[in-house]
Design a protein around this ligand. Sequence first.
Ligand code: AMP
Length: 209
Amino acid sequence: MKNILFIAPPAGGKGTQSDMLVMKFGYEHISTGDLLRDIDDNSALGKKVNKIIDEGNLVSDELIFELLEEKLAGIDKPFILDGVPRNIEQVYTLDKLLNKLGLNLDLVINLDVSYEVLLKRVLGRMICSNCKEIYNKFYKIPLKTDICDNCGEVLTIREDDTEETFKVRYKTYIENTKPILDYYKKCGKLVTINGEDNVFENIVSVIEK
Ligand code: AMP
């Protein structure tokens, strides 16, 4: 099975599609955003990281790759990377890390989503704090208001899912992350998929090709 990297703007659907691929193929899903959100909120590091995330800025490469190396070392199944690399420096650091661990990226999937749809997704997003299932007030409504269908936990809203922070995150994406698509195109690994319609079916067909 192919090791996959997702590149998409904020709320582009990386998390949702990854969860579905985990269910279908048994992938290991590694999201740097989730790794950061899993840091204890009450620790000094957690407070520092939360502030950066809530302002829509990027956390240091050093921390990202420390968390990532811990996750990737000893991995024994195909993986999906989501949230890293976010700039060209991280592309090179990721290459080095994968080399060191004897791992390969086979496929880079870029999800293409319009600004208007992204904003609506951000403003509607709700997440289960327990099982991490993602819902949306407009597109994927839970059966009971604000309660997770899977585990009954109360749904939460990400602190960085505000219009103001979204604008910063989107700008960061356009300026720093989007340019790395060229790199993966040159490597022959990039596939761009319409991230608004039949997304999962199209991703599956690319993986199975
Ligand atoms: P995400 O869940 O991918 O939307 O990430 C949420 C936030 O975590 C981002 O807005 C950044 O503040 C931080 N973050 C996640 N991945 C990275 C990364 N590779 N480099 C720097 N910051 C990151």
